[in-house]
Design a protein around this ligand. Sequence first.
Ligand code: ZN
Length: 266
Amino acid sequence: MLKSSFKLLAILGLIYFSAPAYGQFNLKRAVGSATKAVQAVTLTDEQMADYVKESVKWMDEHNPVTPDDNPYTIRLKKLTEGLTDADGIPLNFKVYDVVDVNAFACPDGSVRVFSSLMDIMNDDELLGIIGHEIGHVMKHHSKKAFRTQLLSDAMKDAIASTGGKAAALTDSQLGSLGSSLINAKFSQKQEKEADDCGYDFLKAHGRNPWGMVMAFEKFLEMENGQAAKSSYVTKMFSSHPETKDRIARMSERANKDGIERPAKVE
Ligand SMILES: [Zn+2]
């Protein structure tokens, strides 16, 4: 069975190739955009939520979401049973059946896990990653990153010209917003916060936080392998603090809490 690639990659390619055509020499246009950005800053929380909702909807419609009776869906549903909300943000989980190795969580509590990540991670490790991604949502890192994208050069004209109405955006604009949800760049401080918050979330919900350590270790093992070329692994290594430090820090917390490390299951 052949898996398709995650849809955003094609869209990102388009943006990459079309962007450098402007920029350098059209100063008037740049000044105009700056004025519009000021308008965009006044986006309400409702408008923000609407953009997130439309972006998630777009991604769900343009990627192969596994059906209810699919083994990936069944496994994720079982793993996430009882994980209903994160600080009041209702959570919902879906699997995209794609070749890329990735997982991400959106400000509205939508968590998307790629089947190829599920292929390489055992249950504890997968929950470790999910916990970390939910940590970014609970700490509002995802929302911040999304707002930044809404105000970016690529988007602010579109936001201003459509009067802040998410439904008025084009396909590629929604794709671009979706890319900011999946490729959000976080600072090292934010990564640390997401680790700690994810740890607390997993522990509070009766999941073993060692899963986070084990997932990091797996990424470390993969560093030189073929899978290291995947976007998620690259992200883990480029924007996350030293993986070894994170492993040590989370291990120390788990040991201090007297939590037993699960046996390694492949
Ligand atoms: Zn992270």
